[in-house]
Design a protein around this ligand. Sequence first.
Ligand code: ADP
Ligand code: GN1
Ligand code: MG
Length: 368
Amino acid sequence: MRAEERISEVLEAFDFGAPVVGAVRYGQGHINDTFVVHTQPASGACRRFILQRMSPAAFKRPDQLMENVIGVTEYLGREIERAGGDRSREALQVIRDRKGEPYYTDAEGGPWRVYPFIEGTVCCQAADTPELFAASGRAFGRFQRLLRDYPAKTLYETIPNFHNTEDRLAKLKAAVAEDPLGRAGDCRAEIDFMLEREADCSVTLQALREGALPLRVTHNDTKLNNVLMDETTGEGLCIIDLDTVMPGLAVNDFGDSIRFGANHCAEDETDLSKVALDLDLFQVYTAAFLEGTGGALTRAEIEYLPWGAKLMTLECGMRFLTDHLVGDVYFHISRPGQNLDRCRTQCKLVSDMERHWEQMKQIVAACG
Ligand code: ADP
Ligand code: GN1
Ligand code: MG
């Protein structure tokens, strides 16, 4: 059922501290159904909240997911306070429902949560300036640093095998074999592109298995639009979208940001001639991310950063392609074929990274 149809029931379930005057769809996330709720206190300015239905296609255990989010946001809040920051703006804060639960389950089983809207921030879809991209890199690097001592074992795996690229390829192969909608014939080139890179899929996983790369608490979805930028200072203020905070690889957090931000096109750009890795943006992000981590990464992690970039891009392309083949059940689409278009931009970026591989390695070595 469309999320809109449950809104009035859900608004009743939370105490917003003032009458609700409206709730409208918000943001450009691909996974959750996000709304902004406007309230009007008797005196003073309107107050806003973010209301989200967590995606049932993506998240099978909202209870575990919210336990993770509460654990991480409270920990971050304490760390930020200790460093003299403002936890109400620099960390998300879960608002419980009227029964004191961390989220509300609607009559159809849909899980909903509320956060205060963090005002005075902007959420960007593209790295319009290098300064903006650098600010996001520092913020994601700092996120790693702040969570360095978080007890990783207490975190649930909200999406099992989320960045297991070997498993993502296996799922793509299964979708191709089943081809439930007869779409595989039109994506032969993209399927072959992925299959030709099967050996690459194991590079960072193998390094993890051998103990060369450590398991850390990571965000796992480090797109530019998952950090809110301070409208006044231009700095990265608050990391959002904590649904996939789990044990993972730091190189993947770095890599997913490069995948999304180190180029000048939207993820679903159809003119592939415009899609290209911007090495200057790659350099800017690398330096800023490493600065933000404050020396928390090992030498091996730094060395593997280009692999993080390539594999997150390749893997995301596989995920878009798989979803296209099975009927767009995971990533929200606004037009037919959008997931295939998204897959094609990822393939173009991977090819570009392969072409500039030596330069990427040199840039990382110079920043490390
Ligand atoms: P999705 O998983 O679907 O990407 P997000 O949690 O990233 O969902 O939220 C979608 C969008 O909503 C974000 O890109 C951002 O624009 C906005 N948003 C989310 N939380 C907040 C918040 N606390 N304050 C302001 N904007 C927010
Ligand atoms: C999704 O939730 P959002 O829109 O920030 C996805 C990421 C993908 C991204 C591609 C939980 O991110 O893994 O990289 O789309 N999140 C989930 O744009 O699957
Ligand atoms: Mg998001």
